[in-house]
Design a protein around this ligand. Structure first.
Ligand code: COA
Ligand code: AMP
Length: 636
């Protein structure tokens, strides 16, 4: 019996031109491509070379002209402001065109960068689509990042305009964004500072504007004329999204227009099994890749109704809010991170709040962003009685590397596995010498080049960095920096990162970046940050610091300062709340800190005393330190 998944996967690998060329027929092109896959300049591969399109046209105008003008394109559901607002495709197109005009009035043209630092309000999506409309490159920065992180991104992207809002709303507090933005601009290099800022004033807290530089969103739009879609090359960048690398310096992941539109539109049916007219909800944030791909672009490209949710799984107002949104808006498929379900499970373990809502339209729950633990999987399956689908991807890839492709063929779920490589992904497990490992053996998860369309063609203005970070270690392959294995049935298991990236509540953070902050404290001689297991957030960072000789100040005082430094420099989202002072750090003889071993001790996992360690007694000291802050088990 034929299996559409197997057929699709095999064809995508053997005949990528035919496979993706066919998928591209669903997109509107001003000019057809000359070549589907340009492989003339490896390791740089390009999709739909010669083609011209406009992503915003495909996401909005095409549907307005094609009979969906009065269908809801976006539903803004904001329990924190008690607002539900629906935008039809026509309304959204008009608002986007007007804001595109406002950007053009500030001198933004094709190729210019526009930085967007906004909470989860419709204006964030409108600003993104407006950039796409005029060929500008947006770079959205997650609202939970502090000024310093924002400044790093301003320095790299050199935006002509920054779009922001007066404030964001967290569960118990209002976060004024404008002072963070002003500080970031002050900190950034003078040649990178924006010429203008457009600030959306929210009624709960308005922000003072800097004369000559800032303008209110409402005034900017009132003075603007709608702008039309500008054709761009398929290979032109649509956006830059900065993500944590192995240092405090984030990587600017570039996304092109053509491959992105083709792959995301295709993925809505093949992976999520939704179609035009269906309601689709990704409960994430536009600051993350999930928000880019599955709150804004993919559902709109497909003609679905997308939900933009400004709230949390718990506390806005309760652990029933997800069910309320699914029921009220007749959501067919939802996508979020396992951490959100752990938060709900903790507050409402028997999912009693679900009983109040009609979830009869709900078909499938998709989870990603971190490992899906079996408890959460089972809890969600039992509570919802629908398939719960784990899928694995990264900011760099833009869409799923592995999934149970619900629109192709639904495979039985295996706990701990995001199922099989999606079409387009030639995934392999290799040893450090790039030799393929047999089924069941753990190694590096790598993808044979070329990557499918919609993935990163390079890093922003940093081709060498792209090669160094992803392509150098395993020639001919893309390094995912995840380790794992593929079992006898072809199911993929993603076990752990091979670098210093940790996942905190589905948010990707670099422990190296946090170490850079701690090292700046005048009393700290050396330090290590590791991600330890956490029941709610999956992982949380914990710091270990060795103080300089002669420091006699109370440790508690120093630790409070360290916690504050990470919060101020990286942001609240780092969730860096625990640190401890130790006499020394466990290292190999060559001086490498044994972070992996510290992590195992903290998580009560079996660990071997590494042969290269200087003094094994140090591991006992680490254990005691960890017990002191609530991790690891005390020694007998
Ligand atoms: N702007 C400003 N601050 C923000 C923020 C934003 N957009 N998002 C988070 N923060 C702050 C939070 O208020 C919190 O501050 P605190 O330390 O003062 O409490 C801190 O950053 C950490 O946030 P978070 O890790 O999200 O923890 P939380 O306790 O507020 O919520 C969950 C925990 C699980 C409910 C929440 O993380 C969640 O809903 N996750 C969903 C998963 C998700 O969106 N993943 C993205 C990829 S799919
Ligand atoms: P991000 O770039 O924020 O999407 O984070 C990507 C990283 O999150 C991956 O490299 C994995 O380490 C982890 N990740 C994402 N999805 C999954 C998943 N389904 N299972 C296990 N890990 C995941």
């Amino acid at each position: 019996m034929s299996d559409p998944y197997v057929e699709a996967w095999e064809r995508s690998i053997k005949d990528p031109n035919g496979f993706w060329g066919e998928a591209a027929e669903a997109i509107h092109w001003y000019k057809r491509w000359d070549k589907v896959l340009d492989d003339s300049n490896p390791p740089f591969y390009r999709w739909f070379v010669g083609g011209e399109l406009n992503t915003c046209y495909n996401a909005l105008d095409r549907h307005v002209e094609g009979g969906r003008a009065d269908q809801a394109a976006m539903i803004y559901d904001s329990p924190v402001t008690d607002t539900i607002k629906k935008y039809t495709y026509r309304q959204l197109r008009d608002e986007v065109a007007l804001f595109a005009g406002a950007l053009a009035d500030r001198g933004v043209v094709k190729g210019d960068r526009v930085l967007i630092y906004m909470p989860m309000i419709p204006q964030a999506a409108i600003a993104m689509l407006a950039c796409a409309r005029i060929g500008a490159i947006h770079s959205v920065v997650f609202g939970g990042f502090a000024s310093n992180e924002l400044a790093t991104r301003i320095n790299d992207a050199k935006p002509k305009v920054i779009v922001s809002a007066s404030c964001g709303i967290e569960v118990k507090r209002i976060i004024p964004y404008k002072p963070l933005l002003d500080e970031a601009i002050r900190m950034s290099n003078s040649d990178a500072q924006p010429k203008s800022c457009i600030i959306y004033q929210r009624p709960m807290e308005t922000a003072p504007l800097v004369p000559g530089r800032d303008m209110g969103w409402q005034e900017a739009v009132a003075a603007a004329k709608p702008a039309d879609c500008v054709p761009v090359a398929a290979t032109d960048p649509l956006y830059i999204l900065y993500t944590s690398g192995t240092t405090g310096q984030p990587k600017g992941v570039v996304r092109d227009n053509g491959g992105h539109a083709v792959a995301l539109n295709w993925s809505m049916k093949a992976i999520y099994n939704v179609d035009a007219g269906d309601v689709y909800w990704a409960a994430s944030d536009v600051g993350w890749v999930v928000g880019h791909s599955y709150i804004v672009y993919a559902p709109l490209l497909r003609g679905c109704t997308t939900i933009l949710f400004e709230g949390k799984p718990v506390g806005t107002p309760d652990a029933g809010v997800f069910w309320r949104v699914i029921g009220e808006h007749k959501v067919r498929a939802m996508f979020t991170a396992p951490t959100a379900f752990r938060a709900i499970k903790r507050e409402d373990p028997r999912a009693e709040l679900m009983q109040k809502y009609d979830l009869s339209n709900f078909d499938t729950l998709f989870l990603a962003g971190e490992r899906l633990d079996p408890d959460t999987l089972k809890w969600a399956q039992n509570a919802l009685h629908v398939p719960v689908i784990d899928h694995w991807w990264q900011t760099e890839t833009g869409w799923a590397i592995c999934a149970n492709c619900m629109g192709l063929h639904q495979y039985p779920v295996k706990e701990g596995s995001p199922t099989k490589p999606a079409p387009g992904w030639n995934l392999q497990v290799v040893d450090p010498d790039n030799k393929q490992l047999p089924a069941g053996q753990i190694g590096a998860l790598v993808v044979k080049l070329p990557l499918p369309p919609g993935t990163l063609p390079t890093l922003y203005k940093n081709d060498q960095g792209y090669i160094k970070s992803y392509l150098e270690e395993f020639p001919g392959y893309y390094k995912t920096a995840d380790a794992g294995f593929i079992d006898q049935d072809g199911y993929v298991f993603v076990m752990a990162r091979t670098d210093d990236i940790i996942n905190v509540a589905g948010h990707r953070l670099s422990t190296g970046g946090m170490e850079e902050v701690l090292s700046d404290h005048p009393d700290v001689a050396e330090c290590a940050v590791v991600g330890v297991e956490d029941n709610l957030k999956g992982q949380v960072p914990v710091g270990f610091v060795v103080l300089k000789a002669g420091v006699t100040r109370p440790h508690e005082e120093i630790i409070n300062e360290l916690v504050k430094m990470v919060r101020d420099r990286i942001g609240a989202v780092a969730s860096f709340k625990k640190a401890t002072v130790v006499k020394r750090l466990p290292k190999t003889r060559s001086g490498k800190i044994l972070r992996g071993t510290i992590q195992k001790i903290a998580d009560n996992k079996v660990y071997k005393t590494p042969a290269t360690i200087d003094d094994p007694a140090i591991l006992d000291e680490m254990k005691d330190a960890l017990v002191g802050i609530g991790y690891a088990q005390a020694r007998q």
